[in-house]
Write a new protein. Structure first.
Length: 177
């Protein structure tokens, strides 16, 4: 019996071709299970492992805007006041999440919004600059969960979480009615 060593400390014993295949297969499954179960280890789905994928916890993105009449609750029909509308805050923090992963997916892939959990904490007047920040907190398969916030010169305007899902553009578009 000869012992062969391959990547990831994969030891194969050469007896017959069938023994080799059976042992390699069993060992590979055990190695993948150990890697999968290691603390903090996240494996992206197979379709996202091809190409140039460089997404990791801790990525940050920013977006900013100056509140205009078109950004108000009155204009967006989400209220009657002439202050920054909650739907516009959501769009701004989502823009920050997109910026966090921009250029890190292979061609033909993108991320789409799935869940938004936002607390809109204080009003913001027309003419005020608002800055949004997003930090990638968790990767769970194709799901990316971000902690987000928006602030103006007076302090925190909104805070919460946004979850986006990695998708293949053509496959996703084929499902659009």
């Amino acid at each position: 019996r000869n012992t062969w060593m391959l990547d990831h400390s994969l030891h194969l014993t050469f007896c017959t071709h069938l023994d080799l295949v059976a042992e390699a297969s069993t060992h590979a499954v055990r190695c993948l299970a150990r890697e999968r179960d290691a603390p903090g280890h996240k494996v992206l789905p197979r379709e996202h492992r091809r190409g140039q994928m460089n997404i990791e916890v801790g990525l940050r993105g920013e977006a900013s805007m100056v509140v205009s009449d078109a950004d108000t609750a009155h204009a967006m029909r989400s209220g009657t006041l002439h202050v920054l509308a909650t739907p516009r805050v959501i769009a701004l923090v989502e823009e920050a999440t997109v910026a966090a992963v921009a250029g890190r997916m292979p061609d033909g892939h993108t991320s789409v919004g799935m869940r938004v959990q936002i607390d809109h904490l204080q009003p913001t007047a027309i003419g005020t600059q608002v800055m949004a920040e997003a930090t990638l907190e968790k990767i769970d398969g194709r799901r990316l969960t971000f902690t987000v916030s928006a602030s103006d010169t007076r302090g925190l305007v909104a805070a919460g979480k946004v979850t986006r899902v990695l998708v293949e553009v053509d496959r996703f578009n084929s499902k659009v009615h």
